[in-house]
Design a protein around this ligand. Structure first.
Ligand code: KIV
Length: 301
């Protein structure tokens, strides 16, 4: 039987949705029967994970096949990150990417993920001006991008924007700590919330949560600060370079799959070397084309 995408969407894959904490390699994740949604993962399922001291996984995705594969693998949250800027569009930083560039990627991911909660990043310049601008952009991502939630970078200064978006029916994930869109203001890629500065992040997280954020994402924050933030807010937290106390973890998929070159941030674990694999198959293909081995008779009409 040919399994097409429509067949797959109607038959939800049998995968654990929320994994218990623990070393994945030695003990496979156990599904949490009580909290395991059969359909779409919703923000309240992530809240359940926090309430039950369980963990969930988030990866970036920017296209149909990665969305399908990660969704079928049981990744609970897919992020259409503004990291598309420097992982899809060839820019050096996340700053240049636009709403109009991200929207089609977002639609592709949402159409291709049967279960995952799809979160879209609001790119730099699309929400900072006013709460009204944030609401207008958030609406575009839910309406045109078909996202289920949005993420914005920044601390308590954006609490009003979060409140306005939530009141408009837009679930908001708040990203604090190192916020790549502010790399010039922050003086480069630097760990945030060290020592006494940790209190600033706790205050940010509390303000954003009180404004209605359903989740706090922390990037490049000392593990102890992230643990204190997690303890200070009732909502789930997600970490990237923020230790192991958060409810979820997120990585950029090209980092964790080994597509990226150059020096990796300390928080990245590479689970494969896809760059070498793709390079090898591209060379094998080119060689067969040059020698006339491909196409063979079985590929010809
Ligand atoms: O855009 C992105 O990939 C992100 C992650 C670093 C969390 O915001």
């Amino acid at each position: 039987m040919v399994i097409n995408r429509r067949t797959r969407l109607s038959a939800a894959p049998e995968v654990p949705v929320i994994a218990e904490p623990g070393p994945a390699a030695s003990s496979p994740p156990t599904s949490v029967a009580a909290g395991q949604p059969q359909g779409r993962i919703r923000t309240h399922h992530l809240q359940q994970a926090k309430d039950n001291s369980e963990r969930f996984a988030m990866l970036t995705a920017y296209d149909q096949y990665t969305a399908e594969i990660f969704d079928e693998a049981g990744i609970e949250v897919l992020l259409v990150g503004d990291s598309a800027s420097n992982n899809v569009f060839g820019n050096e930083t996340s700053l240049p990417v636009t709403v109009d560039e991200l929207l089609p990627l977002c639609r592709a991911v949402t159409r291709s993920a049967a279960r995952a909660l799809v979160v879209a990043d609001l790119p730099f310049g699309s929400y900072e001006v006013s709460p009204q601008q944030a609401v207008a952009t958030g609406i575009r991502f839910l309406k045109e991008g078909m996202a289920h939630a949005v993420k914005i970078e920044g601390g308590s200064f954006y609490a009003e924007s979060v409140r306005s978006m939530v009141e408009a029916g837009i679930p908001v994930m708040a990203h604090i700590g190192f916020t790549p869109q502010s790399e010039h203001a922050l003086g480069g890629y630097r760990v945030q919330g060290k020592g006494d500065d940790g209190q600033r992040l706790i205050d940010d997280a509390v303000a954003l949560t009180e404004a209605g954020a359903f989740c706090i994402l922390m990037e490049m924050v000392p593990a102890a600060t992230a643990a204190a933030v997690d303890a200070a807010v009732p909502v789930p937290t997600i970490g990237i370079g923020a230790g192991s106390s958060t409810t979820g973890q997120v990585l950029v998929w090209q980092d964790m799959a080994g597509l990226r070159t150059g020096k990796l941030p300390r928080f990245v674990k590479q689970y494969a070397d896809l760059r070498s694999s793709l390079s090898e198959i591209a060379k094998a293909y080119a060689q067969e084309v040059r020698t006339g081995q491909f196409p063979g008779p079985e590929h010809c009409f």
